[in-house]
Design a protein around this ligand. Structure first.
Ligand code: ZN
Length: 318
């Protein structure tokens, strides 16, 4: 098979993240966490639009099921609903839902990070501690949360450092999860009906497998294999979570590869986000694609469209 083709399809973000393929719209949504933007890219027109959110980091964007133009966002330490027409640079409306990590001082510097809806539409998202140096120096003050369709927040894990990649097995019985600082891909038994996780174990370790970089965003393909973005590793990898073997490595011309999602009309294209944050002028000149979104074709793999979140309308019952 010919080598996969990797092409840049966007302008540069500070921290591009959270790719979500919207099947109905045939469009890719991403965020720029530090740039506080939600971005939309339509492959058919090659057009890129964005909405600017003031005053908070934007860590993920997940469309709400059957509510066109509405999205759940991670804004700073809060979950919020954005109403956006996909064109305007300013939001029509932002509704704040719930704030996490607000119970004690040592979590004041935390923010929400990667978030995704599980196969039932329940939203899952982790927080992360403040970065003041290398990834390994981030304190373990963060947690992993879910947000039910009744808007109830549940804490599932505490004392984590960087809540990142989330995906679910084809039979919905396993949840895969990454805390980037551990350099491991972990799995839990997953109860999709009650939104519970049990029996944590490691399925792949970057250190023992000598993989360059740290695991960040993650997705699953139709064969149940995991694709992982390697932050500070210039690459994405495909692994078998059953055997713990690395199956494929694809170089990406950006140092900080943050996340990836399948998309395109046949769900056989990988959209890969990257970051440019903290890179010097010389480093950016050497890797001008840093911060751009890349489309990878010819991998031989197919995946799934993004899962929309289910959230009931109305006022939260306090
Ligand atoms: Zn991430």
């Amino acid at each position: 098979m010919a080598a996969p083709r990797v092409e840049s399809i966007s302008s540069r973000a500070i921290v591009g993240e959270g790719p979500h393929w919207d099947e109905k719209e045939q469009a890719l949504y991403t965020v720029d966490i530090r740039g506080s933007q939600v971005r939309k890219y339509c492959p058919s027109t090659k057009k890129e639009t964005f909405v600017q959110i003031e005053g908070a980091t934007v860590s993920f964007v997940v469309p709400l099921k059957d509510q066109k133009g509405k999205f759940i966002l991670g804004l700073g330490r809060s979950f919020a609903i954005l109403t956006w027409d996909g064109v305007s640079n300013t939001p029509s409306h932002i509704e704040w839902i719930a704030t996490v990590d607000d119970e004690d001082e040592e979590k004041a510097g935390n923010r929400l990070n990667d978030g995704k809806a599980d196969p039932s539409g329940r939203l899952w998202a982790g927080t992360m501690g403040p970065i003041n140096g290398p990834l390994s120096s981030i304190p373990p003050t963060a947690s992993l949360f879910s947000l039910s369709k009744e808007r109830k927040v549940t804490v599932h894990l505490t004392s984590i450092a960087v809540g990142n990649g989330l995906t679910w097995s084809l039979d919905h019985k396993v949840m895969y999860y990454i805390d980037s600082v551990t350099d491991k891909i972990d799995a839990f038994d997953f109860d999709v009906h009650h939104g519970k996780i049990f029996n944590r174990r490691t399925v792949f370790d970057f250190a023992t497998n000598q993989v360059k970089g740290h695991p960040d965003g993650m997705t699953i393909d139709t064969e149940g294999m995991l694709w992982i973005a390697c932050f500070e590793g210039n690459q994405i990898i495909r692994i078998n979570p059953e055997s713990g073997k690395r199956l494929k490595t694809i170089p990406i011309p950006a140092f900080k590869v943050t996340s990836l999602a399948f998309g395109g009309a046949n769900l056989d294209e990988l959209y890969v986000t990257t970051a440019s944050v903290g890179m010097s002028k010389t480093e950016l000149e050497a890797m001008p694609g840093s911060g751009c979104i890349f489309r990878v074709t010819g991998t031989g793999a197919k995946g799934f469209a993004g899962q929309a979140a289910v959230l009931e309308e109305g006022v939260r019952d306090l």
